[in-house]
Design a protein around this ligand. Structure first.
Ligand code: 57M
Length: 359
């Protein structure tokens, strides 16, 4: 919005020329989202506490979590608000990819809100059934896949990291592929959100990494030089990623150990849906397995644990899944698990950035 209001005045006020630059608007989208979260955070926490939207903690988890019962949750609503406001303020609003990204983020936030509402307010500890949640997630994801698919000259080839020459064209199958990326990422982030700051940290790292990917993918000369897909208009998604990273840091200000607030499904599902959609738009879908490798490992730990449990009539691979609980039960202090997982996330992000040069 700022671009539309102020850039046209650059002929008289030359400094307003700066609003045309994606880098400038990305920085200020990030700072705006950060400030919204940090300034509104205390009020949101007080409001959630007054509304008694306190975390219900199951008794079958690590005993150290029992003390967390009652921690205000659904703080993800603040992340969502900050991302939407900052994106609308700092992007070029005629860009279709911006609205596609906002559609998923708000849509998945709605799904998460229903789940949280049923669990935390209606006290139905299971919330939405897995089946209903997946159906709603796939509905939004398939619509998103279609919206991306119909974009003029959107490329339905799938980029394989490190192997430039191999990029299968999925055609219409790309819609289902994109939906799987979005739903998978959303649920992986949701599973990871089980320790203070454990999900928001890597989400910030992934958003910051895809900020770079979006910028280069939307820059015809740089994309050509790096021999990556040029996606006209995807540069604006860098601004959206900046808003996510800024909101993430603002939320982490309160979610860091010991957490004053949890994001709830409204936060984890929407963040995961947003990051999955960004990976699709920037044509770096498979690379998300590397950048978001922590989310992948956490989800795989659950899949392997449940599968092994069923195959062996009750034996477990890990002391408890997802993986963060395994280390907690091994005696690692919660902050130690969290920061070590962040470190791994940063290393994975650096490796994924190197693929821009390596082909
Ligand atoms: C999402 N939710 C946290 C908080 C957060 C199939 C099975 C693997 C499902 C999985 C599950 O229930 N996942 C739900 C994880 C929960 O956090 C809330 O949920 C929101 C995210 N969706 O925003 O509102 C708990 O996590 C802790 N937490 C923090 N700090 C944070 O900043 O400490 C969250 C955010 C909160 C709080 O204690 O209550 C969660 O863990 O449920 N189930 C599990 O993950 C369970 N694992 C399990 O059952 N493992 C089994 C089988 C099924 C694999 C096994 O290993 O044999 C664990 N979670 C719980 N109890 N609650 C362990 C048992």
């Amino acid at each position: 919005m700022v671009y539309h209001l102020l850039y046209p005045l650059h002929t008289t006020i030359s400094v307003f020329n700066v609003f045309r630059y994606i880098t400038f608007r990305t920085i200020y989208a990030s700072l705006t989202a950060f400030l919204i979260c940090v300034l509104l955070g205390p009020w949101v926490i007080r409001k959630l506490t007054a509304l008694q939207i306190g975390q219900y903690v199951r008794d079958d988890g690590p005993r150290s979590h029992l003390q967390k019962a009652g921690t205000p949750t659904m703080g993800g609503a603040l992340i969502l608000f900050a991302v939407v406001v900052s994106t609308v303020l700092w992007t070029i609003l005629t860009n279709a990819y911006v609205w596609i990204a906002l559609f998923v983020t708000v849509g998945y936030g709605f799904i998460g809100f229903i789940d949280d509402y049923l669990m935390q307010i209606k006290k139905r500890s299971k919330g939405l059934t897995v089946r209903k949640k997946l159906l709603m997630q796939f509905a939004f994801a398939i619509v998103t896949g279609l919206l991306v698919f119909v974009r003029p000259d959107f490329d339905t080839h799938v980029t394989i990291p490190f192997f430039k020459k191999i990029s299968p064209d999925l055609g219409w199958g790309y819609v289902l592929f994109a939906a799987l990326v979005i739903v998978g990422t959303s649920n992986a982030v949701n599973l990871t959100d089980g320790l203070d700051g454990l999900a928001i940290g890597p989400a910030i790292i992934v958003a910051a990494t895809y900020m770079v990917f979006a910028y280069v993918a939307g820059h015809v000369k740089i994309a050509d030089y790096l021999q990556i897909n040029y996606v006209a208009g995807s540069g604006e998604i860098a601004v959206f990623c900046g808003a996510i990273a800024g909101a993430g840091f603002g939320f982490l200000w309160f979610n860091t150990y010991p957490a004053q607030v949890f994001m709830g499904d409204i936060g984890s599902l929407s963040l995961g849906g947003a990051l999955g959609t960004v990976a699709v738009i920037t044509k770096q879908e498979i690379l998300l397995l590397v950048v978001g490798g922590l989310f992948v490992v956490e989800a795989l730990s659950v899949i392997f644990q449940v599968g092994f449990f069923k195959m062996t009539n009750g034996r477990r691979i890990f002391r408890m899944a997802p993986l963060h609980h395994h280390f907690e039960l091994k005696g690692w202090a919660e902050p130690k698990v969290i920061v070590r997982f962040w470190i791994i996330s940063i290393i994975l992000a650096l490796i994924s950035m190197s693929t821009l040069k390596l082909r």
